[in-house]
Design a protein around this ligand. Structure first.
Ligand code: ZN
Length: 321
C-alpha cells in the first residue's frame, strides 16, 4: 500500500505543509503565515491547524508519519525546540509532545532542523542525488546549513551541528543575530545584503539602486539589489561580489574540513548566482587545499522551496518508528 508522509517546513515567516509519497511526489501543499512572533500558544495552534488541513485529505492508515523541519536548534530525541531566534519564547519548548494530541495521537512525529531537512531533500530529489558527502547552505533571511557525511546527517553532541551560518569569516565584521561578530550570516544573507545596500544607496544617491527604490531606502530588498546588479549598477554588483567572497571564505574552510563531493547553495539569495559565484570560486581556489577544492562541485540547489519538505518526508520514510 502506498504510504504518505505529512511534511512540514516551519520557518519564522511561513508554515508550509505537504502530503508526499515514498517516491517524492508532492500531492497537496499549503502555505500559511507562521505568526512566530505571537508566542508558543500561537505557534502550536497555527501548526496544528495547517497539519490538520493536509491530514484531512489523506486516509489515516496511509500516513506513515509527520516530518517537521523547523528553524532552530532541535533536541531530536526529546522533540524539543532547544533554542530558536525565529520563535521567541519557545526555547526548551516540547513541541512534539505539545502537538501529539487529538487527531495526531497515534502518528509518529519526527523533528529536524529545517536546513538539515533541506540538505536531505537535495540529496534525495535534487542536485545531490547519489552523493554520500555533501554540504548544503541555504541563504535566506539567515543562513542555514546541513552536513551529510557517509550518507548521514551530522548532528553532533546536542543536535546543533551544521550551524554553518555562524562560522566567523571576519573577526571584525558586523554583529550577528547570534551575538557573535562577523558570522557568515552577518555578511552573506539577504539581511546582510539589504543592510549593505541601504548604506551604499545613501552614499551614492545617483546610483541605479537608489533610483530604483525612489530614494526610499527602507524598501530595499536583496532581490532589488540583484535586479540593479543585473541592470549593470556597479554599486549593486559590488555588494554581491563582496558577499560572494565571504561565502567563498566560509566554503573554503568547509571543503578543508569535510572534503565533500558537493557544496549545494540554495535559498533566495542564490538567485544571484552568476554575479557572486566567480568571486566565491576564486576565494575557494586561493584558500582551500587543491585536491579537495577540485573534488568539491559547488552548485546551486535544485529543489527550491520544496527541499525542506522533501527532506522531512524522506526522514519519515527512513526512520525506525
Ligand atoms: Zn552568528
Amino acid at each position: 500500500m502506498e504510504k504518505f508522509a505529512i511534511a512540514v517546513d516551519f520557518g519564522g515567516t511561513n508554515i508550509r505543509v505537504a502530503a508526499i509519497d515514498t517516491k517524492g511526489k508532492i500531492y497537496k501543499r499549503i502555505k500559511r503565515p507562521a505568526l512566530a512572533q505571537e508566542g508558543k500558544e500561537s505557534v502550536k495552534k497555527n501548526l496544528l491547524s495547517a497539519i490538520e488541513e493536509i491530514y484531512q485529505t489523506l486516509p489515516k492508515k496511509k500516513i506513515k508519519g509527520i516530518g517537521l523541519g523547523i528553524a532552530g536548534a532541535i533536541d531530536l530525541e526529546k522533540g524539543i525546540i532547544s533554542q530558536s531566534p525565529n520563535f521567541p519564547g519557545c526555547d526548551n519548548y516540547p513541541l512534539r509532545d505539545e502537538i501529539q494530541v487529538d487527531f495526531l495521537k497515534s502518528i509518529p512525529i519526527l523533528l529536524e532542523n529545517d536546513a538539515n531537512a533541506a540538505a536531505v531533500g537535495e540529496r534525495w530529489k535534487g542536485v545531490g542525488k547519489g552523493m554520500d558527502n555533501l554540504i548544503c547552505l541555504t541563504l535566506g533571511t539567515g543562513i542555514g546549513g546541513g552536513i551529510i557525511i557517509n550518507g548521514k546527517l551530522v548532528h553532533g553532541t546536542n543536535g546543533m551541528a551544521g550551524e554553518l551560518g555562524h562560522i566567523t569569516v571576519d573577526p571584525s565584521g558586523p554583529r550577528c543575530n547570534c551575538g557573535n561578530y562577523g558570522c557568515l550570516e552577518a555578511l552573506a544573507s539577504a539581511t546582510a545584503i539589504r543592510r549593505e545596500a541601504i548604506e551604499a544607496a545613501k552614499k551614492h544617491p545617483e546610483s541605479e539602486l537608489n533610483q530604483r527604490c525612489k530614494g526610499n531606502r527602507e524598501v530595499i530588498t536583496a532581490e532589488m539589489v540583484y535586479h540593479s546588479a543585473l541592470f549593470g549598477d556597479p554599486i549593486a554588483q559590488k555588494i554581491y561580489q563582496v558577499m560572494g567572497r565571504y561565502l567563498g571564505i566560509g566554503v573554503a574552510s568547509l571543503i578543508n574540513i569535510f572534503n565533500p563531493e558537493m557544496v549545494i547553495i540554495g535559498g533566495g539569495v542564490s538567485k544571484a548566482w552568476e554575479i557572486f559565484f566567480p568571486f566565491l570560486q576564486e576565494e575557494v581556489n586561493s584558500r582551500a587545499f587543491k585536491i579537495p577544492a577540485q573534488a568539491a562541485k559547488i552548485v546551486p540547489a535544485a529543489c527550491g522551496d520544496d527541499a525542506g519538505l522533501l527532506g522531512a518526508a524522506y526522514l519519515v520514510f527512513n526512520s525506525n518508528t
